[in-house]
Design a protein around this ligand. Structure first.
Ligand code: ADP
Ligand code: MG
Length: 140
């Protein structure tokens, strides 16, 4: 069993597709091991996306991530990191495969509805960035 961090970003919450997004992950065998709806402070969003600090879209991305409530989740399952990213689809919805969350719901490369950790080390860092062990449940 593997754990990964997923976020339903502010655009997904505004579109009222929280349930739809979670359903797609559950149908693919993922289980919610932790979940909360919250807003991020600017400082939290900046640090979360610090790898993109030098990219031209960084400030706009941070503005977007603090623009409203979002849903933070730890998803657990077999090959969760890879599977969650497959279900999400490509970063740019114009390039996302049919049937993926981003193809079906995202408006732009920035407002693309979901986040998923991209590797084992980032998944470990990102899950512990937002959740304590007391908020996380092994669902396997
Ligand atoms: P992913 O979320 O698919 O792992 P990245 O890690 O490359 O994608 O980028 C993080 C987030 O930054 C994306 O999900 C998206 O919200 C935003 N982003 C990425 N590339 C761009 C871009 N060229 N213009 C605007 N926003 C972008
Ligand atoms: Mg990424």
């Amino acid at each position: 069993m593997e754990q990964t961090l997923s976020i339903i970003k502010p655009d997904g919450v505004k579109k009222n597709v929280i349930g739809e997004v979670i359903l797609r992950f559950e149908k693919a065998g993922m289980r919610v091991a932790a979940i909360k709806m919250t807003t991020l402070t600017r400082r939290q969003a900046e640090a979360f996306y610090v790898v993109h600090k030098e990219r031209p879209f960084y400030q706009s991305l941070v503005d977007f991530m603090v623009s409203g409530p979002l849903v933070l989740m730890i998803l657990e399952g077999k090959d969760a990191i890879k599977k969650v990213r497959e279900i999400m689809g490509a970063t740019n919805p114009a390039e996302a495969a049919e049937g993926t969350i981003r193809k079906d719901f995202a408006d732009s490369i920035e407002a693309n509805v979901v986040h998923g950790s991209d590797a084992t080390d980032t998944a470990a860092y990102e899950t512990s960035y937002f959740f304590s062990v007391f908020e996380t449940f092994n669902r396997g």
